[in-house]
Design a protein around this ligand. Structure first.
Ligand code: LFR
Length: 493
């Protein structure tokens, strides 16, 4: 049968990709056309993304794909929370800032002092997290003039959809990461914004994933992408990953594992209760009106930053090397709270892990192997605690964990996750985000029926590997230790 080709642009915090997605009616495959590492750097006092590099790379990747085949549509997903400020004439005010700027910590504390945790949570359903857009905007409003010139705010995927189609709208899953969008009400939390001094004129119209934003415009329209539509997928990368997560059955949790580990349950509507507030579980928008009830766990960022620090000292390790070395270390000597503020910013990560262990009276991991083991164990224990919290908040016992993204390749972490949670851990596909992005476009084009169809196709196409839990009471003790450490960390704020 005829093959349909769409372009999935997936922008992660470490690298961006332009993927060619082909659907032949049976199988959905993606192939990388272009990949471009990128990194934020300080400009004019703020940590910012290299948006020019991203724009150029997306353009070149799409041009290359268009030169090789007809592309029915293009859609962009990206990491959450960051945004571009757009002037009335459609140009960006300046380069988008990065959520790892330390300014966000002070802004969060200010917002907590102004309106309180309860108000922040209950008006949006979003966990109170330093990285949220709301805190960047509080900082913008109080310490800069960058909002003065801005007519609207577009989330990162929308910035690219805007360039490609001219449409100045925000896609709902991306909006749901801001901490300024009322998940249950399906509208911007304008009252909260006003109390925080954030101008509500910035909030654009919100559209659901799968919206056709029009034809490609500009230089690409005159050549390789003539006739190509711009169709927004679930713009938040994690939401796209969940679209293409092949859940083996009811009660399975997703775990999108990349720079961050996003672990949660797909639920029909937001859960905003005393228990979810206490657990600080977030309600992010999902595909087709679903809610992703999840926790952000700091994720492989910890290892990415360790690798950067070791490389700076002349020690080059691949992930495979580190995993292999760590596998020979004894498990569970020390655990850290991956979500401690200590680890959010950039800088010498091994030293921060060691300092945390020392401060909390645990053995200090010295070698790269021991530090990696500590990180892997800490992530696995965090997944256990998260699974327990989700079970408590939803009243549903989890049945499996489905790992997608680059972390699905990490066998040591997968086995540790199975052992820690006591659940089977299904790994794959690694490219879930791009697959989910492409699939939402294919549904909009009428080639796929809906999310159940998508997951059946993905399950059929992907190589999935399942890890079985090995009972070991030490994980339960480690979970108790992590809960204590987390309480201490929160108290110190
Ligand atoms: C994953 C992700 C997370 C979001 C974090 C910051 O790439 O989008 O879901 O919380 O990055 O944007």
């Amino acid at each position: 049968s005829a093959v349909r080709t769409v372009a999935a642009v997936d922008l992660g915090a470490e690298s961006g990709r332009v993927e060619r997605a082909d659907f032949d009616g049976e199988r959905l495959t993606v192939r990388e056309v272009a990949r471009f590492p990128h990194t934020p750097a300080p400009v004019d006092g703020l940590l910012r993304w290299d948006v020019d590099l991203l724009v150029r790379s997306v353009h070149d990747g799409l041009a290359a794909l268009g030169a090789e085949t007809a592309v029915a549509s293009v859609g962009v997903d990206a990491w959450g929370v960051d945004y571009g400020l757009v002037r009335a004439d459609g140009t960006l005010v300046d380069a988008p800032t990065c959520y790892r700027d330390p300014r966000q910590l002070a802004a969060m504390d200010e917002a907590l002092a102004t309106v309180g945790r309860d108000r922040l949570y209950r008006s949006t359903g979003v966990q109170v997290n330093e990285i949220n857009t709301v805190f960047a905007l509080v900082s913008d409003a109080r310490t800069t003039t960058r909002l003065d010139d801005a007519a609207s705010l577009l989330m990162m995927p929308d910035v690219f959809h805007h360039l490609l189609s001219g449409a100045g709208v925000t896609e709902a899953t991306a909006a749901s990461t801001t901490g300024l969008y009322d998940a249950a009400g399906g509208r911007w939390a304008t009252g909260l914004a006003e109390e925080l001094g954030i101008p509500t004129r910035l909030f654009p119209e919100v559209v659901p994933p799968g919206t056709d934003l029009g034809p490609v415009v500009g230089p690409l329209a005159d050549g390789p992408l003539a006739g190509t539509r711009v169709v927004t997928p679930a713009g938040h990368d994690t939401a796209s990953a969940v679209v293409a997560t092949p859940f083996p059955g009811p009660g399975a949790l997703f775990l999108s594992s990349g720079t961050w580990s996003l672990m949660g349950a797909e639920v029909p509507r937001p859960v905003v209760t005393d228990a979810s507030l206490a657990a600080n579980l977030t309600n992010e928008g999902g595909y087709a009106g679903t809610t992703r009830l999840l926790r952000n766990v700091m994720g492989l960022w910890l290892l990415q930053e360790c690798r950067r620090a070791w490389a700076a000292r002349g020690l080059e390790f691949s992930y495979a090397d580190l995993i292999e070395l760590a596998g020979r270390e004894p498990a569970l000597r020390s655990v850290v709270n991956p979500n401690a503020r200590d680890f959010l910013g950039r800088g010498d990560m091994p030293a921060r892990v060691q300092a945390y262990c020392r401060r909390s009276g645990q053995p200090v991991p010295e070698s790269p192997a021991a530090v990696t083991r500590c990180v892997v164990d800490s992530l696995a224990v965090s997944y256990r605690v998260t699974a327990e919290d989700i079970a408590a908040v939803t009243g549903t016992t989890p049945t499996a964990v489905c790992v997608t993204g680059g972390g699905a390749r990490n066998g040591l972490l997968a086995q540790a996750t199975a052992d820690a949670t006591g659940l089977p851990v299904q790994c794959g596909p690694v490219e879930a985000t791009s697959l989910g992005n492409a699939a939402a476009q294919l549904v909009a084009l009428g080639d796929l029926g809906g999310v159940a169809d998508v997951r059946a196709v993905v399950a059929r196409t992907a190589d999935l590997l399942t890890w079985s839990p090995r009972p070991d009471p030490r994980w339960e003790q480690a979970a108790a230790r992590l809960r204590e450490l987390t309480q201490d960390d929160d108290r110190e704020r």
